[in-house]
Design a protein around this ligand. Structure first.
Ligand SMILES: [Fe+2]
Length: 193
């Protein structure tokens, strides 16, 4: 693995973001759920000036950021799991793999775990639907257009279709307009999504 070794600590151990993650992890009832919560843990290994850069990343910085998937596996491989969760490191680490095999690990679609393909689509949907310091959130139509264009190449067509079926529910829950005065969670940038 190239680049800086993963760091096994959290930058903000008392943060509300971490508490939210911990609560979600405790409540997760499936291997997909556990892997989804931990999939970006490897961002701990990315330099702060790249991870928290308020502007779009350069090509070199994007490459550096792409290492976070391998860092995730490095970190999660150090944990002992019960039998039913043994695939968590691999599922989490493969969340940026592409159906055409052009992802960070170069794994082709048929070999990408189904759970990783689900996390991949959910991750990019959330990244595009959410505001960043350098961009406004996209509309549902824009995001669906991107997913449709990339299905079969970047994303699993079945997962994209499944997501489209639940978009009306998501619009009224996760992506509903915040209440007046609500303070949004601070999330690290996900340029690799
Ligand atoms: Fe990621």
């Amino acid at each position: 693995m190239q680049g800086r070794p993963a760091r096994l600590y959290c930058r903000n151990p008392g943060s509300e973001h971490l508490r939210t993650k911990a609560r979600a992890l405790k409540a997760a009832s499936t291997i997909e759920g556990v892997a989804a919560i931990l999939h970006d843990l490897g961002k701990q290994g990315v330099r702060d000036d790249v991870l928290f850069k308020p502007d779009r990343l350069t090509e070199g910085e994007r490459e550096e950021m792409a290492h976070h998937a391998a860092y995730t596996q490095t970190i999660l491989d150090k944990i002992e799991y019960p039998e039913q969760l043994k695939e968590v490191p691999k599922i989490a680490a493969y969340h940026h793999e592409k159906m055409d095999g052009s992802g960070p690990f170069g794994i082709p679609g048929a070999e990408i775990p189904r759970a990783s393909r689900i996390i991949s689509v959910a991750d990019v949907f959330d990244a595009l639907m959410s505001p960043r310091t350098y961009k406004d959130p996209m509309s549902v139509d824009q995001v669906v257009g991107i997913l449709e264009k990339g299905k079969g190449v970047d994303w699993d067509p079945l997962v994209v279709s499944a997501l489209r079926q639940i978009i009306p529910d998501l619009e009224h829950t996760l992506y509903a307009a915040p209440a007046p005065g609500a303070v949004p969670d601070a999330e690290p940038l996900d340029e690799a999504a």
